[in-house]
Design a protein around this ligand. Structure first.
Ligand SMILES: NC(=O)C1=CN([C@@H]2O[C@H](COP(=O)(O)OP(=O)(O)OC[C@H]3O[C@@H](n4cnc5c(N)ncnc54)[C@H](OP(=O)(O)O)[C@@H]3O)[C@@H](O)[C@H]2O)[C@@H](O)CC1
Ligand SMILES: Nc1ncnc2c1ncn2[C@@H]1O[C@H](COP(=O)(O)OP(=O)(O)O)[C@@H](O)[C@H]1O
Ligand SMILES: [K+]
Length: 493
């Protein structure tokens, strides 16, 4: 799925109106119907609905939603906020229709804002994708009232006051909804960690905007959802054998951090690799043999650290980083790895921290290498950024400059290709914010590279499947109780 900018969505809207053809008023009606369909599936018609409308098309949607819900027997009250004289034609047309069978409450002063008790369901249709400046005055007061209310809030298309594709000031008035129901496509703003409170749980509803036009519209931003991920999965042929699925090498695990090697190795096996060898510090030999009987173990000459490489010839991909430590002897082994490796690689965790401290190594990292930094590791690699949008741009430049596939980890992990395109991930949950989750991802990615998935596909599919396993684990164990090994256990293709 693509993610488009505010101006591209406006253009798409206009294209659909002209080419389907459909009137803008009918398109608004479709949007309202899609929203109502979403709402009716979740709330029955005993729920009291309070709708707040601005005077643009987002407000027009709100009015149409009010009419449709009222028709379905929901007790609805509609409030129009008169922050401006100006109203759009489609807003006015819906206002005229609605006035025939529902009383409309005007909010012209702060005193007109109603009480909003906990049992109500508040619909935020104040401002949508047309936001051009921070909400102020009366709008700011209404947004404040929505945010202060204990009632549940659902935003139409996007939370009022939130920019679709650029950063808000921390002082901007923005609605904090429980849910956002977005029309046709997700928005870039939904992917940004800082926007969490201003998005809530988000959902996309289809309003039939032109697919042809969406296909033609160029964007660097994509969303890897279930159909996109399914498309990447390769079938396992009947006559395949373990040689078909590659031999992965993981360089992971030093004294006190052997669990990282175990998690990474377990995930690598469960992601379908033919053979796995884990190279660990000597102290990890027995641990690994017992923990992962399916894996072969190669031991370092050093008791506690990884300081050397095994013969690399047998391997079809290499993953390095989990539980590695940052000792100078380990750095030397990484230097040799860059010199000798002829197969695709994944670099993670301390391997990335060593790269940050040794920019010369970073320059020599082979093109197409996959790196999996969390935001702090990325900051060490590429420097500080002031906000999420800036960080994303920095990561795009970084991927392009160094010809790397960057998996910038987070709630919507951004997989960034060397050409600068960004693929946000759909799956995963906050239960995965637990030590070792990243080690699991490294194992999955190494496994897919070993199976000869191109690095870009390996990254998108691996990140997606990691999240799916995390979601299964959270259903089985809850977000609080799940641990990284539950993610390994729940991997499934
Ligand atoms: N695209 C689609 O697919 C479809 C979209 N639809 C719906 O339309 C919505 C977009 O509608 P919209 O363009 O009329 O803008 P909206 O957000 O209602 O704002 C209204 C006007 O307010 C103004 N304004 C801006 N910021 C302001 C501020 N801080 N304080 C005060 N005023 C401010 C600004 O006008 P300005 O003053 O800048 O000239 C702006 O034009 C979209 O989110 C979706 O809900 C569906 O109906 C059909 C399919
Ligand atoms: N709130 C969240 N929602 C979805 N995924 C998350 C969330 N928090 C963490 N994750 C995922 O869990 C993994 C954590 O990786 P990382 O921070 O490297 O952990 P560790 O170093 O403990 O292994 C990443 O893949 C990240 O995308
Ligand atoms: K809104």
């Amino acid at each position: 799925m693509k993610i488009l900018s505010a101006s591209q969505v406006r253009e798409l809207d206009a294209y659909t109106i002209q080419n389907e053809p459909v009137s803008s008023l009918d398109l608004m009606e479709r949007a309202a119907r899609a929203f109502v369909c979403w709402l009716c599936a979740r709330y029955d018609n005993r729920k009291r609905i309070v709708i707040f409308c601005g005077k643009g098309n987002n407000g027009g949607d709100g009015l149409a939603i009010g009419r449709l819900l009222s028709g379905k027997g929901y007790p609805v009250s509609v409030h129009v906020v008169h922050y401006t004289q100006k109203a759009t034609d489609d807003f006015q047309a819906n206002l005229d229709q609605l006035g025939d069978f529902l009383a409309i409450h005007d909010i012209r002063h702060v005193e007109d804002i109603p009480n909003l008790p906990a049992g109500d369901l508040l619909i935020d249709a104040l401002l949508g994708s047309g936001l051009s400046r921070p909400a102020s005055g009366l709008l700011e007061k209404v947004i404040g009232a929505l945010n202060d209310s204990p009632a549940e809030v659902i935003s139409v298309d996007i939370a009022s006051g939130l920019y679709m594709d650029k950063v808000n000031d921390t002082t901007d008035a923005v609605v904090k909804p429980n849910h956002t129901v977005s029309f046709q496509l997700p928005k870039l703003a939904f992917m940004m960690p800082h926007n969490g409170p201003f998005v809530g749980n988000w959902h996309v509803v289809d309003i039939g905007l032109s697919q042809t036009r969406i296909d033609q519209t160029e964007t660097p931003y994509y969303f890897t959802d279930a159909p996109a991920a399914r498309h990447l999965i390769r079938a396992r042929e009947k006559f395949s054998h373990k040689g078909t699925f590659g031999h992965a090498l993981l360089l992971a695990g030093s004294y006190g951090k052997m669990g990282a090697a175990q998690l990474s190795g377990g995930a690598c096996l469960r992601a379908g690799v033919g053979l796995l060898t884990v190279h660990v510090a000597r102290c990890g030999y027995t641990i690994m043999q017992i923990a992962l009987p399916e894996a072969m173990v190669s031991v370092d000459i050093h008791e506690q650290l990884i300081t050397t490489l095994p013969e690399l010839a047998p391997y079809t991909a290499i993953g390095v980083g989990p539980g590695l430590g940052k000792e100078p002897q380990t750095l030397k082994a990484l230097d040799e790895l860059i010199e000798q490796a002829k197969v695709p690689m994944v670099w993670d965790a301390d391997a990335l921290n060593l790269l940050s401290e040794n920019p010369d190594l970073l320059k020599r990292l082979p093109a197409g290498t996959l790196i999996t930094p969390h935001p702090k590791e990325f900051e060490r690699l590429a420097g500080k950024s002031n906000d999420d949008y800036e960080r994303l741009e920095l990561a795009r430049r970084f991927a392009q400059e160094h010809s790397l596939v960057v998996c910038l980890k987070g709630a919507h992990t951004a997989v960034i290709f060397p050409n600068g395109s960004v693929h946000f991930n759909a799956t995963g949950n906050a239960g995965m914010a637990t030590g070792g989750s990243g080690d699991v991802l490294t194992g999955i990615l190494t496994s897919l590279l070993a199976q000869k998935y191109p690095p870009e596909d390996a990254a998108r599919l691996g990140v997606y499947q990691h999240g799916v396993a995390g979601d299964r684990a959270s259903r089985a164990r809850s977000k609080v109780s799940m641990i990284a090994s539950d993610i390994v256990e729940n991997l499934g293709w």
